[in-house]
Write a protein that binds this ligand. Structure first.
Ligand code: P1T
Length: 386
């Protein structure tokens, strides 16, 4: 698809066609898995299509990087071995020891651990702030030192909402960049670059891949200068997506739109069911009018996503029992696959923030609502809560 045609196309068309032209030699409609580490050169330096060595570039990965950039409306995309590999590469591309970063006070536990236990040792300071409170984020910024304001929206696992446009303004006023982790929304529901963010981060392990069969990460940047820095660090650090993983993630992206709509439909039904359940103390979902971030979410998201968090009436043991009893909801970490998952953030995905300001409630359960038959999901929750 030509760039001009691509720019005029709808989301689902770009998801299926952007970033790849049917193979010149064979007409293959789908990008082949280029399982090659190196490429024959036609004389020294005579590279075909710029391919030299697969850490630097591989055609299967190039196709994935093209489509994710097109879906986020960015200048260029980059695919990594995991979401955390993407995050680490970005931080080292943009920051230097002595810099400071504002991070969400309820980020994914692994993101917090990366800043707290790895980047801090490297000399990068961080301050947690609630992404839903623009004034608190502004207060956490250290003018002249803060290089990045890092936001997840919705956050993991408490589904707080950050106002991307307002946060971009406060970051830019202080000379910092706004990075948005768009994993929970996916580019189908939210496109942060169009709202003023500078870089989008994904754990493509989640909705982008969509089938729980591959771990991966991505960055999409809004300008060529940043693209050059990220490209240099991607190649220098080497945490790239391999061709088999890139193929699977690319295949997943083609159906992102239809999957996300069904995730949202099912999540809305699960929310309505939980709201009426006597053993549920609180349901957290940005689609609820009572959610404090509802109005902002409505403005910047197409729908409210497939993740639902809730607190039970009987404390931590009750939450653990519900997790253990569910059957259609599989007990496991991760999210965003076609199958429904249930987990206890305090003991599982967010165990790494226990004892810190970022600790999550012990009676909290997180659901990744899949695309199974909705009635089966409701019956399973009913049984698990009984
Ligand atoms: O697992 P990995 O692909 O490295 O991505 C890390 C990551 C980054 N950002 C967000 C918002 C995430 O949720 C994750 C990974 N999260 C889980 C594994 C989880 O179960 O929450």
């Amino acid at each position: 698809m030509t760039q001009e045609h691509q720019n005029k196309s709808g989301f689902e068309t770009r998801a299926i066609h952007a970033g790849y032209e049917p193979d010149v030699m064979t007409g293959a409609v789908i990008p082949p898995i280029y399982a090659t580490s190196t490429y024959k050169q036609d004389g020294v330096g005579g590279m075909r299509g710029g391919y030299e060595y697969s850490r630097s570039a591989n055609p299967t990965r190039t196709a994935l990087e093209g489509v994710i950039a097109a879906l986020e409306g960015g200048e260029r995309g980059f695919a990594f071995a995991s979401g955390l590999a993407a995050e680490d590469t970005l931080v080292r591309a943009l920051c230097r020891p002595g810099d400071h970063v504002v991070i969400p006070d309820d980020a994914y536990g692994g993101t917090f651990r990366l800043f707290d236990k790895v980047e801090q040792v490297w000399g990068l300071a961080h301050s947690p702030a609630p992404v839903s409170d623009v004034a608190a984020v502004t207060a956490a910024i250290r003018p002249g030192e803060t290089r990045i304001v890092w936001v997840e929206t919705p956050t993991n696992p408490l589904l707080n909402i950050g106002d991307i446009e307002a946060l971009a303004n406060v970051a830019h006023d202080a000379g910092a960049l706004l990075v948005v982790d768009n994993t929970f929304a996916s580019p189908y529901l939210q496109q942060p670059l169009g709202l003023g963010a500078d870089i989008v981060v994904h754990s493509t392990t989640k909705y982008c891949g969509g089938h729980s069969d591959v771990v991966g990460g991505a960055l999409v940047v809004s300008d060529l200068d940043m693209a050059e820095k990220v490209a240099f660090h991607q190649n220098s650090m080497g945490a790239v997506a391999g061709p088999f993983d890139a193929f699977l993630t690319h295949r997943g992206l083609k159906t992102l739109g239809v999957r996300m709509d069904r995730h949202c439909d099912n999540a809305e039904k699960v929310v309505a069911f939980l709201e009426d359940h006597p053993k549920v103390a609180d349901v957290i979902y940005p689609g609820l009018a009572a959610h404090p971030g509802h109005d902002v979410a409505k403005r910047q998201m197409k729908r409210f996503g497939g993740i639902v968090s809730f607190r039970v009436t009987g404390g931590e043991q009750h939450a653990l029992d519900v997790c253990a009893k569910a059957e259609v909801f599989t007990l496991g970490e991760s999210l965003g696959g076609v199958e429904s998952l249930i987990e206890h953030p305090g003991r599982m995905t967010h165990a790494s923030v226990a004892g810190t300001d970022l600790e999550v409630p012990a009676d909290l359960i997180r659901l990744s609502v899949g695309i199974e038959t909705a009635d089966d999901l409701l019956a399973d929750l009913d049984r698990a809560l009984a």
